[in-house]
Ligand binder design. Sequence first.
Ligand code: TTP
Ligand code: CA
Length: 364
Amino acid sequence: MSRIILHVDMDYFYAAIEEREDLSLKGKAVVVCMYSNRGEEGGAVSTCNYTARDAGIHSAMPCRLAKAVKPDAVFLPVRKQLYSEVSERIMEIIRSYADNDGELFEKLGIDEVFLEVTATSGGDLDKAQQIAQSIKDDVKELEDLTCSVGIGPNKIIAKMASSRQKPDGITVIREDEVDGFLRKMPVAKLWGIGKVTEEKLAGMGIDIVEDLAGRDVQELISVFGKTRGTWLKMAASGIDDDPVKEKTSSDQIGRMASLTHDTRKSDLVLSLLDELLDDVFSKVTARSVSFRSITITVIYSNFKTVTKSHTLNHPIAEKAVLREVSYKIMGELLDSSTVNIRRIGVRVGNLHENKGQKTLAEFF
Ligand code: TTP
Ligand code: CA
């Protein structure tokens, strides 16, 4: 069965958060600026809403110029901390839809992510589209923000599909549509091709994707080397086997699972938590690492997602500590809501390799 990959990209992310935080901004052009040490005159546009884009403002434009283009726009300084917090919550919402208990999930930036839904959708694109709609509904309901989703048989196609209908769209590219989707596209639009490659390709008379796909792989290898040359040929042909894999997974070990039915009975929740702790701890032991942070995620039956972390003052690899902290956090989460729980997760992070010293666990 071919894979089904979703790419979710938030719409005008920083500016959308600012709009949501201050309702008086509705209907106005909103520009978020990264001011330099030369003050308000020296900064560049980080992003702006679509009203400002219609006036010709775009990312990386000098703020001074943006002001000249649209003097009545509202200019705001970036609030990175706020955007990061919103991003973390959104990522947890989206992760809950990824296959393998949230493992087939790959954050690509502060506002975009890949997830695989081949198993959850049973390989059915209509179901995948419903999953995309549920993600959009959850993000809208819980964070009052919109996003656009691309659905395709691999990461490259999903990534390029998400920008097809922006803002607030869903674009599905079926396997038999990949060729038509790519064929007439300028090579620079192929995700992974930058300015340098674009210019080299232009020098070879290659301007659109079908030109690239039609070239002999040996010719591409002779110019770009084996890895890159092969990649160019494959990508232009719509082939991409790159797995959806969390880049930070080497610094985190986690598991998520659904309860057999939605509940807030602590014995049922804690018994599932015990299973997850066993699994996470066996991976910790197998990798011979210690951890400093412990994070519990709870997804309620209304899809609201809460994560709570605890950071230890030094790395440790003891199951008793992991269990005690996890139980404490889970107890607090159970006490703080009356809503039933659908899924839970536990994750340890900030990993350190156990060099030489034995962990307590190895003595038992
Ligand atoms: P993007 O996803 O590129 O842009 P966006 O979310 O603002 O708009 P779109 O609807 O087209 O997706 O970038 C995500 C965030 O990253 C953006 O909100 C602000 C930040 N950013 C910068 O700070 N500088 C930049 O040059 C770009 C492109 C983005
Ligand atoms: Ca975006």
